[in-house]
Design a protein around this ligand. Structure first.
Ligand SMILES: Nc1nc2c(ncn2[C@@H]2O[C@H](COP(=O)(O)OP(=O)(O)O)[C@@H](O)[C@H]2O)c(=O)[nH]1
Ligand SMILES: [Mg+2]
Length: 284
């Protein structure tokens, strides 16, 4: 599946980045400037935060799979992230409210993860709405597990046999595990770990409509995970990230110009371009 490209690439931005590359090639000693200019070409950095066990790693993997961005998972340094996704699993706790209040609202989004465990999209959206009222911020429900499910041949065979037997997923996981007897026990446990109950039900519903291969199934599960809906937020946030990255370049350019090097070229770059307006943002 092709990953969706996110932002950091409108023509004005690319043009200024190319001109800055040229300037840097003439200024081998301006190392700090070079670093900020190189960063203009880097992918959007998306940090995933939240309490332990909320599904941060899984969301980071899902984001990487669906979008052409660079996720920063739990435990990794996220100070230079462009965007933050804060994951809740269930009702927000005081820790969550605290963490969310410290994030720039334009560049962060609160996610209600593991929404599949709520059993349906309408229930998940309703719960996300309640969390939003509680936090005073938009909350988007997602089912990241569905987006990362890698189904091998044995999984596909088991799922096909469940579908043709008309089996459904009982509410109690233990009954699903035991339903196939000892020979299928481990495979059924594996399936629950990979897809969980809602994901299995989803696949069985898809298979009931006819045969479907693993690749197509993966794409269908990504669509059902809700992940693609993040594209709009990521694209808007990429706009803010562009302005911030350009502002960092503009800061460095001012320092270089102040030292008397390439002053005219730098003035020229800063006048009337995207970069100049970023400088105004930076110095405001
Ligand atoms: N049902 C369900 N389980 C999930 C989802 N995301 C993560 N999990 C499970 O939650 C557990 C913790 O996930 P992980 O991503 O490691 O959480 P982290 O500790 O926040 O990094 C694992 O067993 C995951 O399979 C999801 O979207 N749905
Ligand atoms: Mg983890």
């Amino acid at each position: 599946m092709e990953r969706t490209v996110v932002g950091l690439g409108d023509p004005g931005y690319l043009d200024i980045a190319a001109r800055l590359d040229q300037l840097c090639s003439r200024l081998p000693e301006a190392v700090a400037l070079r670093r900020t200019v190189d960063d203009l070409h880097g992918p959007l950095r998306v940090a995933v935060t939240g309490r332990h066990g909320t599904g941060r790693d899984t969301l980071a993997r899902a984001v990487r799979r669906v979008f052409d961005v660079s996720p920063i998972g739990p435990g990794d340094e996220d100070a230079d992230a462009d965007v933050w996704l804060h994951v809740l699993a269930g009702w927000p706790r005081p820790d969550d409210a605290d963490a969310v209040s410290r994030l720039d609202p334009e560049r962060s989004l609160v996610i209600l993860g593991k929404a599949d465990t709520l059993g349906s999209w309408p229930t998940a959206r309703a719960r996300a709405g309640e969390c939003a009222d509680e936090l005073g911020r938009a909350v988007v429900a997602l089912m990241p597990l569905l987006a990362v499910a890698d189904l091998g041949d044995p999984d596909m065979e088991l799922l096909a046999s469940l579908a043709s037997a008309g089996e459904t997923v009982p509410p109690m996981q233990a009954s699903f595990v035991d339903a196939g007897g000892p020979p299928q026990r481990l495979a059924r446990i594996g399936l629950l770990r990979t897809l969980d109950a809602y994901g299995i039900a989803c696949v069985l519903a898809l298979l009931a409509d006819g045969p479907i291969d693993a690749v197509e199934l993966g794409a269908q599960l990504i669509a059902r995970s809700g992940l693609p809906a993040l594209g709009e937020f990521l694209t808007a946030a990429a706009g803010s990230a562009e302005r911030l990255r350009l502002a960092r370049v503009a800061d460095q350019l001012e320092l270089v110009a102040a030292s008397g090097v390439c002053r005219d070229d730098i003035e020229h770059l800063l006048t009337g371009s995207l970069l100049g307006s970023s400088l105004e943002v930076a110095t405001r």
